[in-house]
Design a protein around this ligand. Structure first.
Ligand code: SAH
Length: 294
């Protein structure tokens, strides 16, 4: 699965590179995120019919406590309008493209098919919801492209049932919704208050019981909930924050975009209390990881 893989144990300081430089040169996929976006934007018509709202039921919902902030309310379903079939078909085509790009995990593909991406995007852009591109969600942030959401989720899952997962960078809540279908508990942190609120509003009607949204600096993680058997970053730092490595369960996986202008997906696995392995997967393009809250 991976290229450029390091299999010997690394200590924490070798994973967290204080100078911000990656220790291995990235290996490019034939299509990077940016190229995918450009190709699909060019090839697909953007005047698709308006998309309907559909409710999503979470098959893996858990009964975790209410002590965490902002439990997603489960009591409102979105009306299922007549155009639902149209969005279903367009979404199936999107999933087929993602599979063609190499995502094989059927549970992840099913999750992508189940989550109505158009409901996470402002209505003016909804017709572009199923092209393989990142799209603006306000505040200079973007919803990640479907391929990268699927790919990162597949890598995180590694064919296993995930229990507790942490996402850094909730954005509009789309990735969290996808994760909620492959993990028992999903915690997601967003540093921009308005986006935290947006994600709450997007997710509330979808009957997803196993997502907890937090407003805060995701670089600090959620020590009170750790350890996590999966951690996923939706924003790129020059290095993986140390706190997140510490909050990874032994045997757990962390997937993160790392870099500045040139970014790569980095997979970190914790193999013991003091040892992590790291591998570089493919090129990617994410918004930057920032410290603090706004
Ligand atoms: N997963 C999101 C992608 C959002 S883009 C989705 O599906 O839409 C990345 C997000 O990371 C942005 O909303 C940005 O505000 C957030 N972010 C950046 N640095 C952060 C930090 N330190 N803590 C929490 N969120 C952060």
């Amino acid at each position: 699965m991976t290229t450029n893989e390091k299999r010997f144990p690394l200590n924490l300081s070798s994973v967290v590179d204080q100078r911000g430089a990656l220790r291995k040169s990235p290996t490019a996929m034939p299509q990077t995120a940016m190229q995918n976006a450009a190709i699909h934007t060019k090839n697909l018509k953007t005047n698709l019919p308006p998309l309907a709202k559909t409710a999503v039921t979470n098959p893996t919902s858990s009964s975790t406590s209410k002590r965490e902030s902002d439990r997603i309310s489960t009591n409102k379903a979105l009306p299922s309008a007549g155009m639902g079939m149209v969005s279903d078909k367009i979404r199936q085509a999107m999933v087929a493209r993602v599979a063609q790009q190499g995502v094989k995990d059927n549970l992840v593909l099913a999750a992508l098919e189940a989550i109505p991406r158009h409901l996470f995007i402002e209505s003016g852009l909804a017709s572009q919801a199923y092209i393989d591109a990142s799209l603006p969600i306000g505040h200079h942030q973007t919803i990640s492209q479907p391929y990268i959401v699927a790919r990162m989720t597949e890598i995180l899952r590694n064919g296993k049932n995930l229990q507790r997962v942490l996402e850094i960078g909730t954005g509009c809540g789309y990735q969290a919704a996808v994760l909620s279908l492959v993990a028992k508990e999903v915690y997601s942190i967003e540093r921009i208050k308005a986006l935290h609120e947006l994600a709450k509003n997007n997710l509330r009607p979808m009957r997803i019981a196993n997502i907890r949204l937090h407003y805060g600096d995701g670089m600090l993680g959620l020590p009170q909930v750790a350890p996590f058997d999966g951690i996923i970053l939706a924003a790129a730092g020059l290095e993986v924050p140390r706190a997140l490595l510490e909050q990874l369960a032994i045997g757990g996986r962390l997937i993160a975009p790392v870099g500045g202008r040139q970014q790569v997906l980095q997979l970190v696995e914790r193999i013991s209390q003091h040892e992590w392995t790291s591998s570089v997967l493919e090129q990617c393009h994410f918004v930057p990881l920032h410290q603090g809250v706004v």
